[in-house]
Design a protein around this ligand. Structure first.
Ligand code: AMP
Length: 295
């Protein structure tokens, strides 16, 4: 595995693969890697000749007062995990490499970036879209892998790729959870045991809503109310909504097409998000299915 820190080094490293006609898979991350990231990397190594992982805590997607400075980091562990998973290139740039002095251009995300998380994190998706587009231009991957855990992010990135004709296919990998249901997240490291216990209500509510859906309930309001029932006692419920997973437009009334129940809460200063897909006829065309072999 090659570890590269600068853009010229990255270009040299990737030219070898490109000249040999090899396909490149890309997994952008902010590091402090866990099994959720590993699932994305496994999908990439299974589908592409070589895999590039980036570890970059992107300042542009953090708002004032958010956790940029204390975002958890463990580069040595990240390197070891990437090595074990067969990553070909690990790109670890410093902020100045990505945002040199004078940097001024950013990608304005349409209304999709202003709802759900965007309401509570103004400018977040502009920061995400800008850095992901830069990383796509640097890596020029054939396939890029994102987690369903950040559902709105996948919708925004698909929109950017389509609108800007970026030559990359986006694959979305199902959320990896702890045995008790909690969605894996680097931010779970902030949770004290009692807070973690409380956080279990997020997935408990979502799974209860899924059960209701499977038993035949189709009313979005009733399903959202069931998901919300798990959120009692949390410091803040930022949203609990049913949306179209591709456009993040709200879904009201009967669910007749795939919908996602999306939740964001704050527990003891830690912001947590999760979501679950509800698919009336079992179709799940835009997402890698859970049943698919994991490489
Ligand atoms: P992050 O490092 O949090 O920016 O995440 C990097 C990528 O990993 C994003 O595409 C996330 O959606 C994905 N990811 C994070 N947590 C999970 C999870 N629990 N399951 C699947 N993918 C995840």
């Amino acid at each position: 595995m090659r570890i590269v820190r600068s853009i010229p080094e990255l270009r040299v490293a990737l030219k070898t693969y490109r000249d040999a006609g090899q396909s490149i898979g890309f997994v952008p991350t902010m590091g402090f890697l866990h099994e959720g990231h590993a699932a994305l990397i496994r999908q990439s190594t299974a589908r592409c000749d070589t895999t590039v992982v980036s570890v970059f805590v992107n300042p542009a997607q953090f708002g004032p007062g958010e956790d940029l400075a204390k975002y958890p980091r463990d580069l040595e562990r990240d390197q070891n995990l990437c090595l074990r998973l067969g990553v070909g290139t690990l790109f670890i740039p410093e902020p100045a490499e990505i945002y040199p002095t004078g940097f001024a251009t950013s990608i304005h995300v349409g209304p999709m970036g202003d709802v759900l998380c965007g309401q509570f994190r103004p400018g977040h998706f502009r920061g995400v879209a800008t850095v992901v587009t830069k990383l796509f231009n640097l890596v020029q991957p054939d396939l890029a892998f994102f987690g369903q855990k950040d559902l709105q992010q996948t919708a925004v990135i698909r929109r950017v790729v389509k609108d800007l004709n970026l030559p990359v296919d986006i694959l979305v990998v199902p959320t990896v959870r702890e045995a008790d249901g909690l969605a894996l997240s680097s931010r779970n490291a902030y949770l004290a045991p009692a807070q973690r216990q409380l956080a279990l209500g997020i997935s408990r509510g979502l799974f209860a809503a899924e059960k209701l859906f499977i038993s035949g309930e189709r009313d979005a309001g009733k399903l959202v109310a069931m998901a919300r029932s798990g959120l009692e006692g949390m410091d803040e419920i930022q949203y609990c909504e049913a949306v179209d997973p591709l456009t993040v437009d709200p879904v009201a009334g009967a669910i007749t097409r795939p919908a996602a129940l999306c939740v964001a809460v704050v527990i003891g200063g830690t912001r947590l998000i999760d979501n679950l897909l509800l698919s009336p006829s079992g179709e799940n065309t835009q997402f890698i299915s859970h049943q698919e072999p994991q490489g």
